[in-house]
Design a protein around this ligand. Sequence first.
Ligand code: ADP
Length: 396
Amino acid sequence: MSNSLVLVINSGSSSLKFALIDTVVGDAVLSGLGECFGLPEANVSWKYNGEKSEYALSEGNHHQLAVDRIVALVEELGLKDDIIAVGHRVVHGGEKFTSTVKLDESVLEEIENLSDLAPLHNPAHVIGMRASMAAFPTLSQYAVFDTAFHQTMPAKAYTGAISRKLYEDYGIRRYGFHGTSHYFVSREAAKMVNKPIEESSFISVHLGNGASVCAIKNGMSVDTSMGFTPLAGLMMGTRCGDLDPSIIEFLLKKGWTQEEVFDELNKKSGLLGVSGLTSDCRGVIEAMENGHEGATLAFELFCYRVAKYVGSYMVALDELDGIIFTAGIGENSQPIRSKILENLKIFGYREDEAANAAARFGNKGIITQPNTPLAMVIPTNEEWVIAKESMALLHA
Ligand code: ADP
């Protein structure tokens, strides 16, 4: 394992996820989560060698305390000297960052300057990065952007049908997210169908709590469903996805505050809002099987919307080598995938029920019948991409 570990950090406003990736084999040696930052119950928990542990954080700067705890932990486990770099996940790189960059003060400032575009994420990333730079002063650190992969989209895909001035003055356009995931699964899919990535075409369907579809041509993103922010596109766990913007004005006129409207659309919509029960796909499906009306509608709507996006992205491609399902729901939910394929029957998709049942819990595979268009399941690995990108730049 010597000199092959990259520490991957995903710092949020009240949490910090981390993983120590062995870049030779691609596995997480150690993974963990700091949460409840700012609250008395702030803690860091982690998994190492299959064993789970937890550590309560004392009062103070919880981002710094969590990173300090990670440093102490890797020292205790005898792993610290094997860490060669730190890779940070950054949600928004705007148009400025089209690939991974090495962190320095000016990059930190640029990421901070983009906070207008991602007010919940970018400031929290910078806090985590500063804590990590203080804790690992001798290691090179890198920023890997969710938006970078989508910077290859043509203007017709990223431009809103609004005055150009709004783009020029404020940068209002489609940016797209989940880039590391769409990047990773498209490379794996090309291997699966035995094609060079430069000559392949896929539609990648990332269905987690957040969800997005991406049209990928010759390995490059040519369109994606998330937009200016991760609120656009598909129906998600708690986010509404595409919506007539007039609804916002309507609710404001009804006396809702701006905060209430955006809280509703971000946190109370999607599977949760429509089912009236839960944002968790498993809970929705269980309730549907027990005849719950809201859950049944949430399921139908979710699958219909994914299929509509997949159908519309046929337009962005000249040919299609396969639809890729990934992330928590995409990798595990046989009924969701089955329903989406049923909604796509006009294009010839036919589920292979046994194959669909088998491709779960980390197993990849093709889930459509022989001699019909391909759909496949590929587990994503965003941490691995962040680690690999960091290592590539370290050795560049
Ligand atoms: P995040 O966007 O938070 O990274 P994940 O990719 O972990 O999200 O996906 C979370 C979603 O995956 C939840 O809706 C959860 O219900 C769903 N999920 C996880 N395991 C299963 C499963 N076995 N069957 C159906 N859905 C699942």
